[in-house]
Design a protein around this ligand. Structure first.
Ligand code: HT9
Ligand code: FE2
Length: 344
């Protein structure tokens, strides 16, 4: 297969106050997220002047990947398109077609399987191509990378660094708390070809990071940023509830490591640095939030390595044991039922 471009696939975020509501409406299109939740999340964005950091983080990653490709003799133009905000993927795909691109490799800013983190990016690609119509380039999404050393390594360094900021005399009672975006329980059950893929991969990543960063410390995997209507069950416990339980159990300090994410976007800045940090303070817990990979050179090199797996048959570097594949096996990770969709 000959590939002639690279495209970064991401979530998108508002870049000015007037973008916030239209962006949120794009995110929750038909998903039954209550208005009160939307208003609350809009407030979080307004707290940052209506600007999500995620788009700039994508620009930074794209620039770093482009420089890394050039330094390593990879001659692929690098594009970027989002699911929910400009640059929208369909506009990027139109530009790629105009530039003569025929078959691109796509890298999504999520390491894991499941509907929101993987399958929905395939849907984004299909929707964008259908919109552009004849001549739209084919886009093959690169594989999930939850156990790649270029993803695990930066999280390990970040956990070590966060630990160093805590009181070493309390290490015995310090806990590692890994977090990821909560998803509906039904979505977790149908993630991957045999179900449970999102939680299984997160568990593997947590285990790999903990073993290398601080093998002496116990760890937990918990969830953040729950959305959706209250009557729909999502993965629990929520990090804030979990911190209360830890405090009761005699834990004095926590390192919170957002292994569910590749950059410090709004859900990290608000839900962890603001909300969870405040919860910890109220509980009298020492709190240190570990960084995300961002543009760590090991993470940038991971992108190149995934490309070379496809273009040069380079062996896969990985630390875990869960099965992994290049293409979406199909039939996995069904979309959640849309509110207002015809039901029979
Ligand atoms: C698994 C997962 C990831 C990780 C994988 C990946 O990265 O792709 C992720 C990332 C992100 N989620 C983000 C923001 C939002 N997610 C929402 C809503 C939802 N997320 C869900 C899941 C996930 N989300 C789900 C099942 C919903 C319910 C509605 C639906 O089924 O779609 C809402 C609606 C309001 C609300 O929170 O209720 C917002 C604003 C941002 C951008 C932050 C920024 O702006 O910096 C990012 C990177
Ligand atoms: Fe989300």
């Amino acid at each position: 297969m000959v590939y002639d471009a690279f495209v970064l696939l991401s979530f998108g975020g508002p870049e000015k106050p007037g973008d916030v509501m239209p962006f949120l409406r794009n995110v929750v299109r038909g998903r039954g997220v209550p208005e009160e939740r939307l208003a609350e999340v809009a407030e979080h964005y307004m707290h940052f002047g209506g600007v999500s950091p995620i788009n700039q983080q994508c620009r930074d990653l794209l620039a770093a990947v482009g420089a890394d490709f050039a330094a390593n003799g990879i001659d692929l133009p690098a594009y970027w398109g989002n699911r929910n905000w400009h640059p929208m993927l369909e506009d990027t795909v139109a530009r790629m077609r105009d530039d003569g691109v025929t078959h691109a490799l796509g890298f999504a800013t999520s390491a894991y399987g499941g509907y929101s983190s993987c399958k929905q990016y395939w849907e984004d690609i299909a929707r964008a191509r259908a919109k552009v119509g004849p001549g739209a380039p084919v886009i093959s999404k690169l594989r999930q990378f939850h156990d790649h050393p270029g993803f695990v390594g930066p999280h390990v360094s970040a956990v070590r660094e966060a630990l160093e900021s805590l009181d070493p005399s309390r290490r015995q009672t310090t806990r590692l708390v890994f977090t990821a975006h909560s998803i509906p329980v039904s979505m977790a059950e149908t993630a991957g070809p045999s179900g449970g893929r999102y939680t299984a991969q997160l568990d593997e990543t947590a285990r790999l990071v903990a073993a290398e960063a601080a093998a002496d410390l116990p760890w937990d995997l918990v969830w953040q940023s729950r959305s959706g209507p209250p009557q729909v069950p999502w993965l629990e416990p929520d990090i804030n509830d979990h911190l209360a339980i830890l405090a009761k159990e005699g834990v004095t300090d926590v390192v919170v490591s957002p292994i569910g994410f590749v950059s410090d976007h709004l859900e990290v800045l608000w839900d962890l640095d603001n909300e969870a940090a405040e919860t910890a303070e109220k509980l009298g817990l020492g709190y240190a939030r570990a960084a995300t990979p961002g543009t760590d050179p090991r993470f940038v090199a991971l992108v190149r390595e995934l490309v070379l797996e496809r273009t040069a048959g380079q062996p896969r570097r990985r630390l875990g044991t869960l099965p992994i594949w290049d293409d979406c096996p199909g039939g996995c990770c069904p979309a959640p039922q849309r509110r207002g969709a015809a039901s029979s």
